[in-house]
Design a protein around this ligand. Structure first.
Ligand SMILES: [Zn+2]
Length: 168
C-alpha cells in the first residue's frame, strides 16, 4: 500500500492526500483524528501508533471554489494517462494548449492536453483543423481520484467509503 494518507475536512469531505509523516504530525499535534488505520504500527523512540490511512481534521478548512481542481502539469498528465493525446507516445511529454494562447486559447482543463514534444512542435500555433490533427479523448476536469492519486488511478480500499459521495 502506498504510504499516503487521505485527509478529510471536519465535514468528512476529502480535501487532500498527504504523506504518512505529515499525517502523523497532524495526529500527534491533535490537529486530526485517525478514522482508518492499518494493523501496521509506526514506531519511534517514544511511541507506537497504528499507521493511519484516513484522518479527519479537527478544525474546518475552507477551500475556495475551484481550488480543488487547480490545474497543474502533473494533474493534466495524470488525467491523460501520461500519454500524448495526439499520437499516444509516452515520451518527451509536454502540455499543449489545444487552441494556442496566441490565438486566444485559455489555460483551462478543457484546453490543455498532454502532448509529446514532436506533436507539440508539429502543431505549433495552429488549430487542430488547420493541420489535420485530432485528439484521442476530449479533455475534461479530472475526477477526484485522478486528482488525489495522480498516476496510479488506484485507491486504497479504506478510502473508497469517504470518496464515493464526492466522485460524481
Ligand atoms: Zn505525440
Amino acid at each position: 500500500m502506498p504510504r499516503h494518507v487521505l485527509v478529510l475536512n471536519t465535514t468528512y469531505e476529502p480535501i487532500n492526500v498527504c504523506s504518512l509523516k505529515r499525517a502523523l504530525i497532524l495526529v500527534l499535534k491533535d490537529r486530526a483524528e485517525v478514522l482508518e488505520s492499518t494493523s501496521h504500527r509506526v514506531r519511534s523512540e517514544k511511541l507506537s501508533l497504528a499507521r493511519p490511512t484516513v484522518v479527519r481534521l479537527r478544525t474546518y478548512v475552507k477551500i475556495p471554489p475551484g481550488e480543488r481542481r487547480r490545474i497543474s502539469r502533473r494533474a493534466v498528465m495524470a488525467r491523460d494517462g501520461f500519454r500524448c493525446q495526439y499520437c499516444g507516445s509516452t515520451r518527451q511529454l509536454t502540455l499543449d494548449h489545444i487552441v494556442p494562447t496566441s490565438r486566444g486559447g485559455r489555460t483551462t482543463w478543457e484546453n490543455l492536453v498532454t502532448s509529446c514534444a514532436p506533436c507539440n512542435v508539429r502543431k505549433g500555433a495552429r488549430l487542430l483543423g488547420e493541420i489535420g490533427m485530432a485528439l484521442h479523448t476530449r479533455p475534461r476536469p479530472p475526477s477526484l481520484s485522478e486528482l488525489l492519486m495522480p498516476g496510479t488511478g488506484e485507491l486504497p480500499d479504506d478510502w473508497i467509503t469517504y470518496l464515493a459521495p464526492a466522485t460524481t
